[in-house]
Structure formats: C-alpha cells, structure tokens
Design a protein around this ligand. Structure first.
Ligand SMILES: Cc1ncc(COP(=O)(O)O)c(C=O)c1O
Length: 499
C-alpha cells in the first residue's frame, strides 16, 4: 500500500516538473529573463543597494534616498495625493533604510539577552553589550570613567536618573527656563528645583546660573540643562555650565534629545572641569524609531545609586526577605532588553557619523537661513528667538502671525497643503509662555495647551533629508495657506484669533 502511494507521488512530481518547463504552466523559473518592461524599469536606491556588493556610503547629498516614507503620497483635503513636506523632525524622525535593514537582519539572530544558552542568545548578548562602546565613542566618553545604560526615550532616561540620584525631598537641583518638561518635572516631582532665567530672545542667562549657584553655595547637587532647545533650537554652551557647576560642587546632567541628530556632541570639555557628567538621548530623534536611547554617566556615581525600577536582570540573588543587586549598567536595566532599539541606535549612530556632523550642520544652516529670510518678509510675522544671529541654533524655527490662530494655520498647512509642522507649546510651557509674553498668572487659564483656544506657536524643525526646494515650496504656498486658514476660522467658534 505504502509502495503504491510512493509511486503515485513520484509520478505526480515528474508531471509537475514537465509541466513547469512549458510557458503558461506554473511559475517562471527564477533565472528566466524578466519581461522587457521589468528590465527597463527605473533602478531605485533600494535595487542598487541590493544588487550591488558595494556598501552604500551615506552622504548629506544622497541620504534623502534612504529615508523611509518621504515619497509616500498623502491625501489632501481636495482629494489629491502628494508626499508630505515633513517639517516636524524635532518631535520624531522617520526611519533610515539602513537602520531598518540592520534591525531586520538582526532579527534572524535574535535570542534572549544575558540569560540564554544558545548561539543566538550569545550573539544578541554580545551585540547588545558591544553597542555600549559605540554609544560611548559617539559622545567621546572615556570607558574607564563612564558607562551607559539603555533607555526607551529621553524622558525614560531622565526619570530613571532622577529616581536614582535624588536622595531626599530637600535635595536642590538647578534647571533653566528653557527646559523641556522631561528635564524639569522628574526633578520637580522629587525635590526642590530653582531655575535660571532666559533673556528676551530666549537664550539662557549663564550669569543667572552662576548667581544661583553662588547664592546656594554647596547646596545644588545637580545642574540640569538641555543641549539644544526644542522650541528655538538654541545650542547651550554646556561645557561652560559644567565648569560653573563643578566649581560649586554640583554635577551636570545634559538633555541631549535635540542635539544628537544635529551636532557632534562631546562629554569632554577643554579642561576636566568642563567635562559633562551625565548625557541622555533618544534614538527615535535620530532616525531609529524602535524605542531605544541611552544615559551616559560615570561608573562611580551610577554604582552608588539605583533607580526605583525593579525586576529581573538586575539582581545577584534574591532570598526570602533579602536581595542584592548588580552594579551599573545592569542595575539600571530591569526587565527584558529592547534589542531592536539597541540595534537601531547603533546603526543610526554609524550612519550619522558616516554622513558627518560638519556636513549635517552646514546643510541645516542653509535651510534655516533660507527659511528665516523668507519668513522675515511675511507681513505680521512674529519670529521667536534671535533671527539675526542664527549661529547658535539647530534647525528649529518657531513663529506666529499677529492676527491668525496658529492651530488653524497648522491644520490648514497639513490638510490642504501637505506640510507637517507642530503647533502648541511643545512640552516646554514655561519657556513658550516667556517667549510669547504670557505671564504665569495668565497661563493658569490654559489647562490644555493643544487646542484651538489655547496659545501656541508653529514649529518647523528640519531633518538631514529636508531640501532647499521644500523650503522654497513652503514659502511660496504660505500666503495661500494663510488665506485658507483665515477662511476656515469661521468654522472654529472658540478660536482665539491672535495666536
Ligand atoms: C529637548 C527635549 N528633551 C526631551 C524630550 C523628550 O524626548 P522623548 O520623547 O524621546 O522622551 C524632547 C522631545 O521632544 C525634547 O525635545
């Protein structure tokens, strides 16, 4: 019986093979020449990358071809389709193709990290740990002094740091009025925070940091400052702040969320007093949207503390009523690691370094100058921050029109014109209120700062792949967008016209 079944199966197989050699019967063999239309099809960067053994060298001139989704058509309010002009890169950046490829590749070798017995597990564990060196090197941190632990976002990292470092409600932290909420609230909720002010143009007043450190001599434990503002793009002289902090016995914590994809950052100052103690950043703001990010800090200090974040992976031993914990970085990474986040982070760093931060900075300068020059010519424009000297700004520009609701304009830009911006107070309320001239008392009335009836600005933030043509196109359509927004204001009964 079994023999008969085998014979029948063999016969069937032979028939299928014969049938496959005739056209129209079965699939075309892989090595058969493609039809002419396929042969003459345009070669995309993806094809080039796949067909060539030569690895691609990423540059500021070719990187747009390797940013995923830039050409994806979106439906506008009139039913037409067009790719977005994405000017919302400070919020998050689209993925880079090499980053996605690296993550995809690594999924074939994904195994449990730090706790499995298999080749895959060993591979994943090694890559996960080796990427720490890539991160340390990225920010010029000496591995003998610093380690890094992985986090999901900058917010996650700053909360873990605050949770680990703050020892009492009486601790004193110095922040500034330029900070994103992520570098303010984790401290504010745990201890006392004093704030250095910003000047009329929104730059940090360094003398105010010095004044507060002197007034509270020896009491300030940490000075928390952003490396670049998400509202004005101002780049902070963090090494100057580090020197001041150290002279007064404090450590410095730098929020790096807005610097890592824009400027070369180094923990090292010109002298040891100018060195940065802690640096925090997220991978999703540098073209790797898998979660992931890192906190870099000194072994010595991280080993003295632990965040209030407990679970597996951080213990030496747990007994019935006693437990002992590992040292950093493990003690800061409870739970299963985010492998895709770490792989993506490592590859994003590699690609950005290959493009080169000098070229990234130069490209961004061209874009911001073009945009600011164009906006300055618009009637009734309010531009925030210093627009005469753009040297200390990354590619972030915020604006309003004196007689137009910014919520309605931002929405019109997106829905009618396919331009993605952000509108609101950008999770930096005290800073935005200062720039807009809204007092703290007035701000009390704005419970929810995302609506049409609350104050806000429009923000344009550039990525490495934005082009001068996009800026030109945006400037050319802006007057029409203003007209369209003014027209649609009639449908927003609560809209406050002036912002
Ligand atoms: C300056 C700054 N700090 C912190 C954050 C928070 O980053 P994440 O959303 O990755 O936690 C942001 C996000 O926009 C930011 O711009």
């Amino acid at each position: 019986m079994a023999k008969t079944v085998r014979k029948l199966l063999c016969l069937l197989l032979i028939m299928l093979m014969i049938c496959g050699t005739f056209s129209g019967c079965g699939q075309k063999p892989a090595d058969e020449p493609a039809v002419e239309a396929e042969q003459t099809a345009e070669v995309t960067p993806e094809d080039k990358e796949e067909s060539s053994d030569e690895p691609v060298t990423y540059t500021i001139d070719n990187i747009r071809d390797y940013v995923v989704g830039v050409e994806e058509p979106m439906e506008l309010s009139d039913g037409t389709m067009r790719p977005l002009i994405n000017f919302d890169n400070a919020a998050t950046t689209p993925p880079l193709k090499p980053v996605m490829d690296a993550v995809d590749r690594e999924m074939n070798m994904y195994g449990s990290i730090g706790r499995g017995f298999s080749q895959k597990s060993n591979h994943s564990t090694d890559l996960y740990n080796d990427t720490r060196e890539v991160v340390l090197d990225f920010v010029g941190a000496d591995p003998n002094i610093y380690t890094c632990f992985y986090v999901n976002t900058t917010t996650d990292g700053l909360n873990k740091l605050a949770s680990a470092l703050v020892e009492s409600e009486d601790d004193l932290v110095l922040a500034t009025r330029i900070e994103h909420h992520a570098n303010d609230l984790p401290w504010r909720e745990r201890c006392n925070v004093i704030y250095a002010e910003v000047d009329e143009q929104g730059r940090i007043i360094y003398e105010d940091i010095e004044r507060l450190l002197t007034q509270n001599e020896g009491k300030v434990k940490y000075v928390c400052v952003t490396a670049a503002s998400n509202v004005t793009g101002y780049v902070t002289d963090v090494h100057r702040v580090a020197k001041m902090a150290h002279e007064h016995g404090a450590k410095i914590i730098v929020d790096g969320a807005q610097i890592v994809a824009h400027r070369q950052f180094s923990m090292k100052g010109e002298t040891p007093e100018e060195d940065i103690d802690f640096f925090v950043f997220s991978a999703h703001k540098m073209y790797s949207p898998y979660g992931g990010g890192a906190v870099i800090g000194p072994w010595e200090i991280l080993n003295e503390h632990m965040p209030e974040f407990y679970g597996g992976g951080i213990v030496n031993i747990v007994r019935d009523y006693k437990q002992s914990y590992k040292y950093a970085p493990d003690s800061y990474e409870a739970g299963s690691p985010n492998y895709a986040g770490v792989v993506g982070l490592g590859e994003a760093i590699r690609v950005l370094q290959e493009i080169g931060f000098d070229d990234i900075e130069a490209h961004e300068k061209v874009l911001i100058h073009k945009l600011v020059d164009g906006l300055k010519d618009m009637p009734n424009i309010i531009l925030y921050g210093d627009t005469d000297n753009l040297e200390d700004r990354v590619g972030v520009v915020t604006f309003n029109f004196t007689d137009l609701n910014s919520f309605v304009l931002a929405r019109t830009l997106a829905e009618n014109f396919g331009v993605a911006t952000r509108r609101g107070a950008f999770c930096a309320h005290p800073y935005v209120w200062r720039l807009m001239g809204i007092s703290d008392d007035e701000a009390e009335g704005f419970e929810n700062c995302v609506d049409v009836n609350t104050p806000g600005m429009i923000r344009i933030s550039f990525g490495i792949y934005n082009t001068e043509e996009e800026v030109d196109e945006f400037l050319a359509m802006l007057s029409d967008a203003i007209d369209a927004a003014n027209y649609s204001l009639q449908f927003y009964s609560q809209a406050v016209p002036e912002y």
